[in-house]
Design a binder for this molecule. Structure first.
Ligand code: LRH
Ligand code: MN
Ligand code: MN
Length: 431
């Protein structure tokens, strides 16, 4: 595996933090031991955690309103992979990348697969894009894609999804994520039922093209760009469609795609209970689909999601393997730093959820000891597991402090010299 950041520099940076980390680790280990928990087991557990990086998160596409180009932005999928390799090298928690087509469409899929492999990366779910018109495209998605009233538009959108499956196959992916912006901006624009019927007809064709070991993830989103009635607006519609399509169809929960205050952990529990939890797009939000870094606004919600995942894993065993992916994009931080930070925050919630003694919690719930049950979760959430996360990284060859190490490496300066700045323009096309 090629190390993009000099391994000697990582070792030097870690050495500087070693004494401090050992002391913090011992202190936390003692505290956890008093709670009956073995810190080394938790560190080993932390090392099993993996979350995929969204290729589009490596750019500073930013907001829907403007582009403020970042220094050294990747100009193509190969440069995005290089940035993703940095993220994985330092965090050891992001061994795969989720590409988006046609943004990342390769001229040679095997070259893409081999480049990723050489960088120590694999591919997670591939994403299709029928929410945007591409240059030279025959039919426009202005009035919808898979739900369009035009058979020609639907056929084009279906063909694009099938092409995504073909590219995905060639690069070793095993899932297709379908998010469509289709919907209505005005009452009366759509026949609400008719649009969903057309969606299902289109999805049946895509489903039929899935290889036997593939899944299709249906990603719901409450609103935007459709502001009156989005066709796949909620987990209920997503669940109904996934059920209608068959066992390879599952639901994908993007944390930012719900109304404020929605109980997302309960959605997670419901989907897991009925075998339809396909995966996640982790991010955070205050208002809508804000695409902020994971854990930056509501870390307790993230913990509660992982609390449900831990419960589901205990019930379902090894068969329970939802796909973990990040989905974030904004333009006020260095995307590599933000993605490293998000991966760490999701991993933190995963480790914190393992601090909950599920048998004890079940007993408290049985006895209706509400206060102690709530405190059990709070105690886990309040525990600062940072030394476990740092030790997990160091033991796996990563960085004790990924952001500090990345800054010390001068990677951004180096790529800024190699990758000319893109002009700022309005409308990034990132949704
Ligand atoms: C839609 C979405 C979906 C897209 C990505 C770019 O808002 O979350 O996952 O593919 O953004
Ligand atoms: Mn998403
Ligand atoms: Mn989104």
């Amino acid at each position: 595996m090629t190390s993009v950041i000099d391994a000697g520099l990582v070792a030097d940076q870690n050495a500087k933090l070693d004494a401090q980390l050992q002391a913090d680790y011992e202190g936390l280990g003692g505290m956890l031991a008093r709670r009956g928990l073995d810190i080394d087991k938790l560190t080993a557990l932390a090392q099993t955690f993996a979350v995929a990086v969204p290729s589009w998160g490596a750019g500073t596409g930013g907001t829907r309103f403007a582009r403020f180009p970042g220094r050294g932005e990747p100009r193509n999928v190969f440069e995005k992979l290089e940035d993703c390799a940095v993220i994985h090298q330092l965090t050891r928690a992001t061994p795969s990348v989720s590409p988006h087509f046609p943004w990342d469409k390769p001229t040679d899929a095997s070259e893409l697969r081999d480049t990723a492999k050489a960088l120590g990366l694999a591919f997670d779910a591939v994403n299709s894009n029928t929410f945007q018109d591409q240059q030279g495209q025959e039919q426009s998605y202005k009035f919808g894609s898979l739900t369009s009233t035009s058979a020609a538009v639907r056929a084009q959108a279906v063909a694009h999804n099938i092409e995504c499956i073909e590219i995905g196959r060639a690069i070793g992916s095993q899932a297709l994520t379908v998010w469509v912006g289709d919907g209505a901006n005005f009452p009366g624009q759509h026949n609400l039922r008719g649009a969903l019927e057309r969606y299902l007809d289109s999805m049946r064709e895509i489903y039929a093209a899935l290889p036997s070991d593939w899944n299709v993830f249906i990603e719901h989103k409450l609103f935007e760009p459709a502001f009156y009635a989005t066709t796949i607006a909620d987990w209920g519609t997503s669940f109904a469609c996934a059920t209608e399509l068959g066992p390879k169809a599952k639901c994908l929960v993007d944390l930012g795609h719900h109304a404020p205050n929605t109980n997302i952990e309960m959605i997670v529990a419901r989907l897991a209970q009925f075998g339809k939890l396909g995966g996640f797009h982790f991010n955070d939000s205050k208002y809508g689909d804000d695409d902020l870094d994971s854990g930056s606004i509501n870390p307790f919600q993230l913990f509660l999601v992982f609390n449900e995942l831990a419960d589901a894993a205990r019930r379902e065993g090894d068969a329970f393997k939802p796909a973990y992916m990040l989905d974030q994009s904004h333009n006020v931080t260095d995307p590599i730093e933000s993605l490293m930070s998000s991966a760490g925050e999701v991993q933190r919630a995963f480790v914190q959820s393992a601090l909950v003694d599920r048998a004890v919690l079940a007993g408290l719930q049985e006895q209706n000891d509400v206060l102690e049950a709530a405190q059990t979760l709070k105690r886990a959430f309040r525990t600062d597991v940072s030394p476990i996360l740092a030790m997990a990284r160091v033991r796996a060859g990563g960085a004790a402090d990924p952001v500090a190490c990345y800054r010390a490496s001068g990677y951004r300066d180096r790529v800024a010299g190699l990758r000319p700045a893109k002009a700022g323009a309005s409308g990034s096309g990132i949704v």
